[in-house]
Design a protein around this ligand. Sequence first.
Ligand code: PLP
Length: 435
Amino acid sequence: MVLQTKYVEVKDQSLFIDNVNALSLVEKYGTPLYVMSEGHIRHQFNELKTLFLDKYDNVLPLFASKSFSCLQIYKIAKEYGVGIDCVSAGEISIALKAGFDPHKIYFHGNNKTISEIEYAIQNDVDHFVIDNFYEIECVEKIALKYNKTIFATVRVVPGIKAGGHGYIQTGHKDTKFGFSARHGVYLDAIQKIIDTQCIEFEGIHCHIGSQVFDLYAYVNAMQRFVKFAYEIYDKLGVMVTKINAGGGYGIAYTQNDEPLDFETITSEIMRTIEEGYAKRGWDMPMVLIEPGRYVVGNAGVTLYTVGAIKSIPGVRTYVSVDGGMTDNIRTALYDADYDGIIVNKAEEEKTTQVTISGKICESADILIKEIKIAKPEPGDIFAQFSTGAYHYSMSSNYNQITKPAVVFTYQGKEKLVIRRQTFEDLTYFDEENEY
Ligand SMILES: Cc1ncc(COP(=O)(O)O)c(C=O)c1O
């Protein structure tokens, strides 16, 4: 079993998250339930601050908020002085509602719509990570209309394969994201930006993928980015004064995962850029990073109630719980692995090999493919670990399943952060119009 953070521990025959008994949370809020350790989240934000923001001059860590987006997380992020990466006007709207400084929001996305660009610019979001030629035209038109200046980092695809699954690799040549480094496509994009009246070119952006455990992939990417900076200067005569090194730092979901140390990744990123810039006698550019999973992934525990248990002789035993791919799509989508325990049997021996499945009408509705747990029975409470990133934020109402509540825990206390959906919510957007 992997308890990936000190804020989640087994003791007194139960599971405790920030010293709050998981069984008491089930009694109060029911299941399925997302529990987020605010202790862990704050610990991770504190690392972004002390080991990066405060340690170096002219840097900014961004929280990739797609990993877990709600009012509360933006409020916490604000306290640590970090910026955020938003990928839609919807994420921006929540961040702004939480009081986030629009100038510290970096707007990402491979197909920002005109209305999204308009919304962002009207609300003083002025940092855009530019993805494509069409976007340059749209941003220019809208920025001109509102008489605003937009600061651009250009997303460049370095041609590196990294990341835990094909669907979360973004740095190789066949990707929908960014401008290719091949045939100088990114140079054409930068020239187009330089030619605009109201977009100021600042730098280049890199995201090679997610759930990355390979330090060399980051070093390699930054070496290439330094070369891009040389090329931009030599061919276009402009300095790259900002490099965004992206996120993707792998976390431990099971004991097979060996995450890199945050300080090691960031110091290697900084060292590589510094050495490359020093060769030309250049000052360091501003450096940004944008981890998401690293901040919130290990903070999450999802609590479920066990229902039907089905043994198929010679095949496997399915233990079905009261949630599924609607609250965790990652197993179906990315073949993700997880660890977990039966909470009310937390200290019992794990004797039974099972598959944890959900209640959704899909064969892909599997939460954990293979796991050994204490002998399961209907009514047991199963806890799945490391469910903080890309779980709540990727949840759906498929099968008209109501979304679970989200509870935060901190220093022995708990609070409801997002209430459980009701049947009323399921028809909230339905209209009963006549033709
Ligand atoms: C551009 C970009 N930056 C940062 C992230 C965050 O990745 P992770 O949560 O793995 O750190 C992503 C994830 O998809 C991304 O696409």
